[in-house]
Design a protein around this ligand. Structure first.
Ligand SMILES: C[S@@+](CC[C@H](N)C(=O)[O-])C[C@H]1O[C@@H](n2cnc3c(N)ncnc32)[C@H](O)[C@@H]1O
Length: 243
């Protein structure tokens, strides 16, 4: 459905731009044409409430096609690019959260919380390349750290980065199939779209007294125990929920 909507946004943007070009010669200019189409595609995506990262994809799609077309690169280059992007953004076309990386300040703040909690087990749901899980595993050797990631390339990278850490595991799976009762602290940096579903699973499965930390996105209908405002590049907010 997400992909179908994205396709519609692009095609409708293209048809509207052709319509404008038919009536107004200014739209014959390639740059004006390209940016009008991408602007309209972004507008369509906004109206159809596509997730925010799709707006960037729509903005860059046709201009990138044009640039790469003019570069006349060999066909294997495109195949490689598609393969690499697919391995990174595995489920994004189906609506999964894409890869964004947390800052080192987030990892540091989570490590402080783990120490306070005297936690023995920790998981990052959708761990990406291990930006949070690896520094924590390095710093807190007594904590069993798991990086749960579905996309193949980020999973391989985090497994490689943690290859010498005996308290670190990189598991390649969908976090919706994980058993949340195993962990003392669970961390996630996802998107508003998945928060309702993941929150219900967390409330149903986590043990009483354990902690869920959500970076940037609050859980709906759940009162956080505390909220931390970090002074990193993104001014990240950590929402902490006690089960
Ligand atoms: C915003 S990134 C966060 C990466 C990392 N936790 C960090 O803070 O730097 C979200 C990650 O979740 C992964 N992801 C999304 N849905 C998932 C799912 N259902 N199961 C496992 N991983 C998932 C994506 O592949 C992506 O790498």
């Amino acid at each position: 459905m997400t992909l179908l909507r994205a396709f519609f946004c692009q095609i409708f943007g293209l048809l509207l731009t052709f319509g404008l070009a038919y009536w107004l010669p200014i739209f014959h200019h390639p740059i004006v044409f390209l940016f009008t189409q991408s602007g309209l595609a972004v507008g369509n995506a906004f109206l159809l409430r596509q997730p925010s990262w799709w707006l960037l994809i729509h903005l860059l799609f046709l201009p990138s096609v044009f640039v790469f077309f003019t570069l006349a690169l060999p066909s294997w280059f495109y195949l490689m690019a598609v393969v690499i992007l697919t391995l990174i953004f595995w489920g994004t076309v189906r609506g999964d959260v894409p890869l964004f990386l947390s800052s080192s300040e987030v990892a540091e703040a989570v490590a402080v919380l783990l120490k306070k909690e005297n936690a023995q087990t920790f998981v990052d749901l959708g761990a990406g390349v291990g930006s949070v899980a690896i520094p924590i595993a390095k710093q807190l050797l007594a904590v069993q750290v798991e990086a749960c990631e579905r996309a193949p390339l980020p999973w391989v990278i985090s497994a490689f980065r943690g290859r010498n850490l005996s308290n670190f595991t990189a598991s390649r799976r969908n976090f919706f199939t994980a058993d949340f009762s195993k962990y003392d602290v669970i961390f996630a940096f996802l998107s508003p779209r998945v928060m309702p579903e993941i929150s219900e699973k967390l409330k149903g499965e986590m043990r009483a007294g354990t902690l869920f930390i959500s970076s940037s996105f609050p859980s709906p209908n759940w009162q956080p125990e505390s909220i931390l405002h970090l002074n990193d590049r993104r001014k990240t907010v950590l929402f902490c929920y006690r089960i």
